[in-house]
Design a binder for this molecule. Structure first.
Ligand SMILES: [Zn+2]
Length: 385
């Protein structure tokens, strides 16, 4: 066997072993050999290497069914840390997890500037603070994943962010000039989908619909984020559902997000109420007080949402669709309403639910990508948290 082939197989075995340890949380060498199909000699050599790298530890079970106490292998969670960041319209969300995905700390900072340089400098300052704080651990901060509410191309460059009007910014490169650890950039919706897959449902195929000021679709196929030709796949909010409909920021008319985003819903409810704007807190109050205008607006919204979801189901025939929204968790009945309108005989899906990770989904997904990269594995499941 060639030397290159040997190295490749060794790396594959290492990956299989780490993924199996992660999946079982605790596993004996014998079980590991059985689960992976690798022989005892390979297991011994790989496990010794991982023990040397301090990525795993051995623990003895207190109770045994008799005979020797089994020694179990577990991932050592506190030798390195992952940083997940989401740059939203009015705030930046920071989250630190250990290598097992346990949340160590989170911080949400109000941040209203649209200046690229100010944002970049603020990120550098914060990231340096976290880097210093975790520098006492063996591997320290092992990477950062940054979710952006905008278009990110296949080279991880920011093409356009509508709320701040950033165009063609290479934030990844700018940060890599300061930090030695790897930086991952993606659209927030893609990271949300990865968060659901990593921390909520262990699956290889999942769709995640994010509904806020706009609508995006994170698509994961065969464990990978599907990004399309240039990286812009999943801009589902700009699917046209009405000819000559409402004007959209993209230049078209009748886009789905002009009817079914939370922003559109709040605008419609404000109109009903004779106001110029309406806040989510007011919707919550309306729901609590069983306000008829609020409840009928929610029903109309469910209809508009179901039109797009029907189209997504017919395009993908998905196993799992997760909807990430601020409003649905406070009014879960909306899911029942939506499902009521999915009446086509072609509407085949397994599971349609709102996100239990909620506003943490993006930063958890970003952190999951960092952990996966650090451990050199292709599949990681760390949930539920
Ligand atoms: Zn549009």
């Amino acid at each position: 066997m060639k030397k290159g082939d040997q190295a490749y197989i060794k790396e594959l075995n290492r990956k299989t072993i780490i993924e199996t340890i992660l999946r079982h949380r605790n596993i004996s060498r014998a079980q590991l050999s059985k689960s992976t199909g690798l022989n005892k000699a390979t297991i011994t050599s790989q496990v010794n290497q991982l023990l040397e790298e301090e990525l795993i530890i051995e623990t003895k079970l207190d109770k045994s069914t008799g005979g020797r106490k089994p020694i179990l292998l577990t991932l050592k969670k506190d030798v390195g840390y992952a940083l997940g960041i989401e740059i939203d319209i009015h705030h930046i969300y920071f989250l630190i997890t250990n290598l097992c995905g346990e949340i160590i700390e989170k911080e949400v900072v109000s941040f209203d500037t649209t200046s690229y340089n100010k944002t970049k400098n603020f990120l550098i300052e914060k990231m340096q603070k976290y880097q210093k704080h975790y520098s006492n651990s063996l591997y320290g901060l092992v990477g950062a994943g940054i979710g952006i509410h905008g278009l990110i191309d296949n080279q991880d460059k920011i093409v356009f962010v509508i709320h701040s009007n950033w165009k063609n910014k290479d934030l990844k490169k700018d940060l890599e000039q300061v930090f030695e650890f790897p930086i991952f950039m993606d659209n927030n919706t893609n990271f949300c989908a990865y968060g659901e897959k990593t921390f909520y449902i262990p699956t290889s195929n999942i769709l995640c619909l994010t509904i806020s000021t706009g609508i995006g679709l994170g698509i994961i196929m065969n464990d990978k984020i599907y990004k399309g030709f240039h990286g812009f796949a999943g801009e589902i909010g700009h699917m046209i559902i009405h000819r000559d409909g409402r004007a959209c920021t993209c230049g078209n008319f009748g886009c789905w997000e002009q009817y079914a985003s939370e922003r559109a819903f709040l605008l419609q409810l404000a109109k009903k109420k004779g106001k110029t704007q309406y806040k989510i807190e007011e919707v919550v109050r309306g729901i609590e007080q069983k306000d008829s205008e609020t409840l009928s607006a929610l029903n109309e919204w469910a209809k508009d949402l179901s039109i797009g979801i029907n189209n997504i189901i017919n395009t993908f025939n998905p196993e799992i669709i997760i909807i990430n929204s601020h409003i649905i968790p406070v009014y879960p009945l909306l899911m029942t309403e939506i499902k009521k309108y999915l009446i086509s005989s072609m509407n085949d899906y397994q599971y349609l639910q709102y996100s239990k990770l909620g506003q943490k989904a993006c930063v958890l997904g970003a952190s999951g990508i960092v952990i996966k990269n650090f451990l050199r594995i292709s599949n990681v499941y760390l949930g539920p948290q």
